[in-house]
Write a protein that binds this ligand. Structure first.
Ligand code: COA
Length: 535
């Protein structure tokens, strides 16, 4: 393969300006991440530690194989919502390696409102289960939760993807042969009691873990019976009398060791072989990405400059290099794994869509995972393009992306707008993972375009009624929309609502995508299958 050659001058004023701006974005990102990863209030953390309990991220550190990374997902869930009272939505999820197996870990954070579930907590929990299902990997639940956050009951209880879905998923996952282990490290109340009760094996910590359908106050109210939590559903009860739990642990560390022992005795994962070759670092330093993202988001970026800082040896076998240049397609290796890359370099035209759809088919039939690098303002508009059938050609790409049988990975490195988001494997198109860079933006269209469209609609409405809209009213509509879009299109706004799997440092992209590919190898990719392409 050819090694890409950079056209960036890392000594230029432009580069330095970009770098300065990006350093600010990165320190904001790191500070915010640091803050949410502290969990609940200082008082709640203190109380938790006084009970001799480990924090959720400390528990995860002890569970995973030493010197292996933990890929934490959606750390910014619920960020800037609920008065910031739910850091990471009170739950830590991610992929860690236990005895060599990629595993989903779902850990309640009891320092955040007793580990209770709001809408985003449930979304995060369910998303983690979905990742386990798609990639056929085990799950460890570290349970320490008071169940649903009762004031939010209308957002969390009865709907299809609310609390009940967690236990439905557990049954379905089990039927697919996916191993699930629960470690009860605190409270496990009401519906939450089903998490350990539906796992393959359950560990419970002595004088700390409890499992019950109704806690002591509810029992008292319902039957008048006086009973302590320990007597009702403590570790001794469940390992000796009820049999709801299988292993008794002395403390958190012991429980985590038992869980590791369970993994040690599982049958080894049957991973498919993609023909991984020795890893070669990129020829260009990934940290140069910070100086490549333009300080002005409207400036174009040649995505090859990004690709060469992500792929092994900066080597890229470009496909149809001279045809439809607003999309860049080609093959490369990431940490030794083969990957097809589709990256934007401008709006999507008919020929761009056809080129990308063709490339998706190549990847499908060669069983090569696809990485989508999104920086897309949308499909081209106008009479000429409609007459040429942009809708039909765009549909081919949307179809190819939707039915692709190989794993898709999406990274948004710039803007993600309109149907461009869909055609480039946005969240609705089931990429195995979708990550955003701190500078990236996502909304149905750009703020300026939305302001223009909405003010035009209002002006036309008034005109139809025989009136004219005063200039200052038009200005006000535009300003309001611009401000709203500016706020709502940020990566943090997206991550807070789980439209993605997290915000990542651009320099980590390569490692994170490689971990995603490694995870996807836990079951064979299905045979390609497509529907009707309109010609
Ligand atoms: N809904 C809403 N808030 C809850 C809650 C629930 N189910 N359970 C706990 N909280 C809140 C508390 O009000 C408290 O809020 P604050 O920090 O603003 O004061 C915070 O979570 C911590 O609770 P606290 O009781 O002080 O902590 P703890 O560690 O001693 O106990 C629990 C945690 C979860 C064991 C205990 O709060 C409890 O039993 N909660 C009720 C559980 C229940 O019955 N759930 C049924 C849901 S279907």
């Amino acid at each position: 393969m050819f090694t890409l050659k950079s056209k960036i001058d890392t000594g230029s004023e432009d580069y330095k300006k970009n770098l300065d701006k990006y350093q600010d974005l990165l320190s904001e990102f790191r500070n915010r991440l640091n803050k949410v990863q502290k969990g609940g209030s200082e008082a709640a953390v203190k109380k938790h530690k006084e009970r001799k309990k480990l924090l959720s991220r400390e528990r995860i550190d002890l569970l995973v194989d030493r010197n292996t990374p933990f890929l934490e997902l959606s750390s910014f869930a619920a960020y800037e919502q609920y008065n910031n009272q739910f850091p990471s939505a009170g739950i830590v999820t991610g992929i860690g390696v236990i005895h060599g197996r990629e595993t989903i870990i779902i850990a309640n954070d009891a320092t955040v409102k007793g580990g209770t579930y709001i809408k985003e907590t449930i979304k995060k929990h369910i998303r983690a289960q979905e990742i386990a299902l798609e990639n056929h990997i085990p799950i460890v639940y570290m349970v320490d939760s008071g169940g649903v956050f009762l004031p939010e009951q209308d957002e969390v209880f009865p709907d299809k993807y609310h609390f009940g879905r967690i236990f439905y998923n557990q049954s379905k996952l089990s039927a697919e042969g996916i191993v699930q282990v629960a470690i009860v490290m605190g409270s496990c109340t009401a519906g939450g009691a089903y998490v350990p009760a539906m796992s393959d094996e359950t560990i419970i910590v002595k004088n700390q873990g409890t499992i019950f359908i109704g806690g002591p106050p509810l029992v008292k109210a319902a039957t008048g019976e006086d009973v302590s939590a320990e007597e009702l559903g403590g570790a001794d009860v469940h390992t000796r009398i009820s049999g709801v739990a299988d292993h008794l642990a002395d403390n958190d560390t012991h429980a985590l060791q038992i869980c590791r022992n369970i993994f040690e005795n599982l049958n080894p994962a049957q991973k498919q072989n993609l023909g991984q070759i020795p890893i070669e670092p990129p020829h260009y330093d990934p940290e140069e990405l910070y100086g490549i993202i333009p300080a002005d988001p409207k400036k174009p970026i040649d995505p090859r400059e990004i690709i060469m800082r992500i792929v092994d040896g900066s080597k890229f076998q470009e496909f149809k290099e001279n045809y439809a240049p607003t999309i860049v397609t080609g093959f490369a290796r990431i940490m030794g794994y083969p990957v097809g890359i589709i990256a934007n370099q401008g709006v999507l035209f008919s020929e761009t869509s056809l080129k990308a759809a063709h490339f998706v088919e190549l990847c499908n039939y060669r069983k090569t995972p696809i990485l989508f690098l999104q920086n897309i303002s949308g499909f081209i508009v106008g009479k000429e393009y409609e007459h040429k059938g942009i809708a039909r050609d765009g549909a081919k790409l949307v179809h190819a992306v939707s039915t692709a049988s190989v794993p898709k990975f999406t990274v948004i490195f710039g803007g993600s707008y309109g149907a461009g988001n869909y055609a480039m494997a946005g969240r609705a198109y089931d990429p195995r993972f979708l990550f955003m860079w701190p500078n990236s933006r996502i909304s149905v269209m750009g703020g300026e375009q939305a302001a223009e469209v909405l003010s035009r609609v209002k002006i036309d409405q008034m005109k139809a009624a025989g009136k004219e809209m005063p200039e200052e009213d038009i200005k006000k509509i535009k300003e309001d929309i611009l401000e709203k879009y500016q706020h709502e299109s940020s990566a943090y706004y997206s991550s807070s609502r789980l439209w993605d799997d997290g915000i990542i440092d651009p320099a980590d992209t390569r490692k994170i995508i490689a971990m995603g590919i490694a995870t996807s190898l836990n079951q064979p990719f299905p045979e390609p299958k497509t529907g009707v392409y309109r010609m």
